[in-house]
Design a binder for this molecule. Structure first.
Ligand SMILES: [Mg+2]
Length: 180
């Protein structure tokens, strides 16, 4: 537990942690207090597992709360099943770009200009270092990495998993996805 805490409390130049276990455990007030006005969100294994089995606990309520407080959102998904990203974009009421080809900066820049925000006003939240975190760094946004929801791992994820993602512990709460 100590080790977990140590891993999850590293600070950015901003005064919020660089990692959080799940979206809903990110302290909204601390984002708002540091003039963060927009969130670029990853979808797969951050909000919902890519096989549509699990939902990140409390994620939808967290997003609603953040919107009520004036936060803007944008989804960037590398998922190739566009219909799925469209369905989630509608369900969450958040515009989306898919496939976003993260970490390349062009989709990040489009999201920033659509939100009319500059990089220092936006935090990127996602589960993968090589796409979400790297992309955020390339465009100058801050970022928060969440643990990756359980999903069938690809061969390269099995190989590189611990370098690119933080696994979701079995003992942590998980929500089954309710049907649309
Ligand atoms: Mg992801």
């Amino acid at each position: 537990m100590k080790l977990l805490q140590k891993r999850f409390v590293r600070k950015t130049p901003f005064n919020f942690p660089q990692r959080a276990y799940k979206l809903a455990s990110i302290d909204l007030e601390s984002l708002i207090g540091q003039n963060i006005q927009g969130v670029i969100l990853d979808l797969d294994n951050t909000i919902v597992s890519e096989d549509d089995r699990y939902l990140s606990p409390g994620a939808e309520a967290w997003i609603e709360e953040a919107k009520r407080k004036g936060m803007q959102f944008f989804i960037l998904s590398n998922g190739k099943r566009r219909y799925r990203v469209v369905a989630w974009s509608e369900r969450l009421g958040i515009p989306a770009i898919s496939p976003a080809r993260k970490p390349f900066p062009s989709a990040f820049r489009r999201a920033l200009s659509r939100m009319r925000l500059s990089p220092h006003q936006v935090v990127v939240i996602g589960d993968s270092r090589h796409t979400d975190m790297l992309g955020a760094w390339l465009v100058g946004c801050s970022s928060i990495q969440v643990a990756t929801l359980p999903h069938p791992f690809r061969w390269w994820e099995k190989l590189l998993g611990k370098w690119v993602q933080v696994p979701y512990h079995a003992k942590h709460e998980l929500w089954d996805l309710d049907p649309f």
